[in-house]
Design a binder for this molecule. Structure first.
Ligand code: ATP
Length: 287
């Protein structure tokens, strides 16, 4: 059964409406994924060309339709090459939200294993951050609640030691061979140090260098919370889901870290990069 509606001279069926709704949702998701990156301009260019192609095709303008049709055919391959990072990110997001992304959930289903608790004592992390900030020592700590992040851990040196203030301070000490890159902390253990994290490709405020770029990139690619201690200012920031909160007090870091590890939604606390810029401009004007 396919109900038909007549709007003007157009006959629209329920299937058409579902089709249009799904395409709109998909396009919006793609737009959200690319917002702020250079790729959005290329995407909008492609979309405009495709719409012109549809109109030209419907109007039966054959010559133009053939030319644009050829361009669209090559365009798909070109789009795959041009949008490779965005396609990768899109697939990662799907993987992240799927049941198989969580190693423990999979193990639970397959082996009926009891899930280990992910909440652990965060005081050593906070005290280390405080001490590192006090001596303006740069640090990047990736806290994961759902996975060991083996792929990223293997890019650095595997450690697998109980997290402690002394250990973290030793790792990030400027003279330590392990201080470059990020540490990965999972289930109360420092899994690895000197890890290379993915760098965001979005435009971010000029004040953020590579350390912050890597933290934002890691938060885009995984469900992790990243603690950043700035070497330049000694300030502490947190990154999650591609957003960042800057210059936090230790109490704020403690609260957000606690909420994250106990599964409370903290997303509303994080500024998107654009709103961070807007707030900064407002603060400058007010001063
Ligand atoms: N892809 C990456 N993965 C992990 N760590 C990285 C990555 N890129 C840079 N870093 C770390 O960031 C350091 C460089 O930080 P940089 O000064 O450029 O950043 P920043 O955001 O300005 O931070 P700060 O405020 O501490 O100066 C490097 O020494 C390295 O430890």
């Amino acid at each position: 059964m396919n109900l038909l509606f007549r709007i003007g001279f157009l006959d629209i069926s329920i299937v058409n409406i579902i089709d249009i709704t799904l395409v709109s949702v998909l396009l919006y998701q793609v737009y959200k994924l690319m917002r702020g990156s250079v790729a959005i301009k290329i995407f909008l260019g492609f979309l405009s060309l495709y719409l012109i192609y549809l109109v030209v095709n419907a109007a039966r303008m054959e010559l133009l339709s053939i030319i644009l049709g050829q361009f669209m055919g090559v365009g798909v391959i070109a789009a795959i090459i041009l949008f490779a990072p965005e396609i990768r990110k899109f697939l990662l997001i799907i993987g992240k939200s799927s049941i198989f992304s969580n190693e423990n959930v999979l193990q639970e289903l397959l082996f009926w294993r009891k899930r280990e608790t992910q909440a652990f004592n965060i005081t050593p992390i906070l005290e280390a951050a405080k001490s590192l900030a006090g001596t303006s020592t740069g640090a990047l700590m990736v806290i994961s609640r759902s996975s060991e992040l083996k792929f990223y851990a293997e890019s650095g040196d595997l450690i697998d030691a109980i997290v402690s203030k002394r250990l973290l301070i030793s790792i990030f000490n400027k003279y330590s061979p392990l201080h470059d890159g990020g540490v990965i902390i999972y289930n109360g253990r420092v899994k690895a140090a000197r890890c290379i994290l993915p760098v965001t490709e979005r435009e971010i405020p000029a004040q953020f260098g590579l350390r912050h770029r890597a933290a934002i990139g890691m938060s885009e690619a995984t469900d992790t919370l990243i603690v950043i201690v700035s070497e330049e200012t000694g300030q502490i920031s947190l990154a999650k889901n591609g957003s960042i909160i800057h210059n936090l007090s230790f109490q704020e870091v403690r609260e957000i870290l606690n909420d994250y590890l106990t599964g409370v939604n903290t997303d509303d606390k994080f500024d998107s990069i654009s709103s961070f810029e807007r707030k900064k401009i407002k603060r400058t004007k007010e001063a």
